[in-house]
Design a protein around this ligand. Structure first.
Ligand code: ADP
Ligand code: MG
Length: 387
């Protein structure tokens, strides 16, 4: 699960990071009203979308008065931001974060991510932080420093002191940097994050480090361990229909009430045609990639179910390619164990591991209606259809 900048900043607060004063707004009026509560006399209005590179594409606006903040909020809310990370359709802005603007001396990059294969954490640090880090690193790859950290043990202070030196820091900033790295290590562990990226981590006025932007991905398998995540998840689901679909699925939002989880775009289109032929309307469809893992299927299923209008779920899959029916069944089981699927589920499996998939669903008591054929599936859906 990816979280918005403002959510990440809130989650990180207790670990001792310094952030400029900031608050969230969902309307221009709300934005104007909250300025009195924020320090400073200049602010940035920051579009909250689950994609980066907002700065270069109009998603970060400076404002030096309450009316300016109100104006920029009005401009951003409801607009669609297109950045290299959003895809061509862009993402609609529903929320802004209004933050005190700070004077920046220099911008660093600092991130810790989990390397699943090596079972260790990797710290990445560069002096060339801020907007355009990717191209900066392409031009000068040796400015990216990489450290391997143990998951369980706190990072070695001497190593971090060496890193602070490589960042060109001196005086008070050295300890500030070492603390920031240690805090980040602790945060990744305690928040069950797969990655946390501070970019920029900026040297600002008063010679201190301020975290101006955070990108964070939480391990979906650990969501249940943190009460605070369920609210974030619900909120993001409501506001960002593409929330999970951003992870590379082909997801299309439609107007009807039947959620479609289908293996393959061709089958998805055929399924939609068949539904329509019988006056059934798809709420959306999600085409599973040819190589989907159990977790991919679970995420896909949650994406399809997130639409408030979904009255029934139709899983139509041919276990061909590399994703077999049992993997799809495991994905459904994962979702069922996490949150109990409340709507009717019609499953039609064909192809490899069909029997095994159906047995798994039965053993785990996922309340599905099994259809042998597409026609049978349509019959069940028509019976269940509440519209
Ligand atoms: P993105 O990474 O999506 O472009 P950032 O939050 O990193 O968005 O903002 C882009 C740039 O805007 C930063 O590199 C920084 O230069 C500037 N910026 C962001 N927040 C502030 C702030 N509170 N005060 C001053 N400048 C800021
Ligand atoms: Mg950034």
């Amino acid at each position: 699960m990816f979280v918005h900048e403002y959510q990440a900043k809130k989650l990180l607060k207790r670990f001792g990071f310094y952030f400029p004063d900031g608050e969230v707004a969902h309307s221009a009026g709300e934005a104007r009203a909250l300025i009195d509560r924020l320090s400073g006399d200049e602010w940035v209005v920051k579009a909250q979308i689950l994609a980066g590179d907002r700065g270069r594409f109009g998603g970060i606006r400076k404002a030096d008065s309450a009316s300016d903040v109100e104006k920029e909020t009005r401009n951003l809310l409801g607009s669609t931001l297109v950045t290299p990370q959003t895809g061509a359709d862009g993402i609609k802005v529903n929320t802004v974060y209004i933050e005190q603007a700070v004077k920046i001396e220099c911008e660093l990059y600092l991130a810790i991510l989990l390397d699943r294969y090596q079972r260790e954490l990797v710290l990445l640090a560069s002096q060339r932080g801020g907007t355009g880090i990717e191209t900066a690193l392409e031009d000068a790859p040796d400015t990216l420093h990489r450290l391997t950290l143990s998951v369980d043990e706190a990072p070695d202070e001497a190593v971090l002191l060496g890193l602070a030196d490589k960042m060109g820091l001196s005086g008070e900033l050295v300890n500030d940097y070492v603390d920031t790295c240690s805090n980040l290590h602790r945060a990744v562990n305690e928040l069950d994050a797969l990655s946390i990226e501070l970019n920029p981590l900026a040297v600002v006025e008063d010679n201190r480090l301020a975290t101006l932007d955070v990108k964070m991905e939480i391990d979906d398998n650990a969501l249940f361990r943190h009460d605070e995540y369920s609210e974030i998840r619900e909120r993001n689901r409501l506001h960002d229909r593409k929330f999970r679909a951003q992870s590379g699925f082909n997801y299309v939002q439609l107007e009807g009430n039947i959620g479609l989880l289908v293996g393959g775009a061709g089958l998805a289109l055929a399924t939609m045609d068949l539904l329509k032929l019988h006056q059934l309307e798809p709420a959306n469809f999600l085409d599973l990639p040819p190589i989907a893992t159990r977790q991919d299927v679970a995420n896909a299923c949650q994406t399809v179910l997130q639409g408030a209008s979904v009255d029934a779920l139709f899983v139509n899959a041919v276990g061909g390619g590399l994703t077999h029916c049992d993997t799809i069944a495991e994905g459904l089981i994962t979702v069922h164990m996490q949150e109990k699927i409340r709507c009717p589920i019609v499953v039609r499996f064909a192809g490899t591991k069909r029997e095994h998939g159906l047995t798994l669903l039965k053993n785990y008591r996922v309340p599905i209606e099994h259809a042998e054929t597409m026609d049978e599936a349509i019959d069940i859906l028509r019976r269940k259809n509440r519209r």
